[in-house]
Each structure stands twice: as C-alpha cells, then as structure tokens.
Design a protein around this ligand. Structure first.
Ligand SMILES: [Zn+2]
Length: 123
C-alpha cells in the first residue's frame, strides 16, 4: 500500500474533514488499519458541504480522477493502487476533462454567438 502524499504540497499528513468545521487527523498503519486521532474544531474555517479526506497540512481534498475520497474503502482502494497506474489514470482523466471542457466551450460558442458572427466565421 502507498503512503498518502498530498498532490498539492507533498505533505504525508492525512486528515478527515466532516460537516462544517471539524478536522480529524488520520493515521494509516502498514496493514491498512485506519485510525482517527483527536479532532480539532476550526472556528475560522469556511463551510464545506461535504465530508472527505483532506491533506492535514494545506487542506487540499484528496481526489482521484476528479472524485473526492469520502469513505475508508475509497481511500484504501486509492492507496492500494500502483503509483504508475494512478498516474496513467489521472493523465487519462485530465485528457478527458480537457476534451470535455473544449467540447463545452464549442457548444457555448454556438449558443451565445449571434447568427451573423457564426456565418461570418464560416465565410
Ligand atoms: Zn497538502
């Protein structure tokens, strides 16, 4: 199993954020057992609607191919994957995402451009 490493800041400290302001440090033993440490309540924090695993250092959500990791099963599944496999899947996901964004942009142009502008471009 891989160790958690934050994609943003490189920290290996994992946390779990639930409801509004409560953050719980998470420690995973080598045999995959998940342990939750003392929770802290951050009064200054803004509201998060969802529960998910986060980087304890910078607060970045732990995601895999665009999905938040919310359950222990998802977390273990993610950490159990081959690092190379994750890289390939993330890359494929990014390419897919970029293609989606491009298609959406094209669609938006079709919707918002007045007819004469579209015609002008074609000519
Ligand atoms: Zn981080």
């Amino acid at each position: 199993m891989n160790k958690f490493t934050c994609k943003k800041c490189g920290s290996v400290k994992l946390g779990y954020k639930k409801f509004v302001k409560c953050i719980t440090p998470v420690v995973i033993s080598p045999d995959g057992k998940i342990e939750y440490l003392q929770s802290t309540v951050d009064e200054d924090n803004y509201i998060w609607a969802e529960n998910s695993f986060i980087c304890l250092t910078c607060g970045e959500k732990v995601t895999y191919c665009g999905c938040d990791l919310k359950t222990e099963d998802e977390l273990i599944d993610y950490l159990s994957k081959d690092k190379e496999e994750i890289e390939i899947e993330e890359k494929e996901y990014q390419e897919l995402l970029e293609a989606e964004i491009y298609l959406q942009e094209q669609k938006d142009k079709e919707v918002y451009c007045p007819d004469e502008v579209v015609n002008h471009e074609i000519i």
